[in-house]
Design a protein around this ligand. Sequence first.
Ligand code: ZN
Ligand code: ZN
Length: 173
Amino acid sequence: MWINVSQLFKEAVGSTREYEVNETVDVGDSSYEVQGDVRLLRTGRGILVKGILYTGVEVTCSRCLSLFNCPLTLSIEEEYLPTIDIEGGTPLPLPKESGYFTIDEQYVLDLTEAIHQYVMMAIPMKPLCHEDCAGMCPTCGHNLNQGPCDCLPQGLDPRWADLSGLTVTNDMK
Ligand SMILES: [Zn+2]
Ligand SMILES: [Zn+2]
């Protein structure tokens, strides 16, 4: 995802550009359909990119193990610094601190790596296909979202299975 910022760089600090994002971003063997808006702000030393992007990734539900598309909202805010001087074309020293991206010699700003990092951070540790996912039967592995299986409820001793009906009767008193 490239944006040429050479024009913006020649403008005064504080100048902005808005971009509508609607494209496929390929990173390694993954690709994301990304939509949203970004705003580029010319700062004293570079470009500040801010925006909200929407995408989705295919993940495995942590309860029922089915694959589903997990929607992600990426709230991007990253600083991009030039590597060469726009006027003279001489290399620019980069700050020692980390936490910024660089703009290449053609003054093209590449959002791909940032989007990839934000996607990685946004994927939940334990994704759920939906909030009340019924999960999997621990005995037969049946996906309980597709209906019950024939196994006994978990933790119930089979010898007591016949008596389980009594509990219901007592509750109804
Ligand atoms: Zn699930
Ligand atoms: Zn089962």
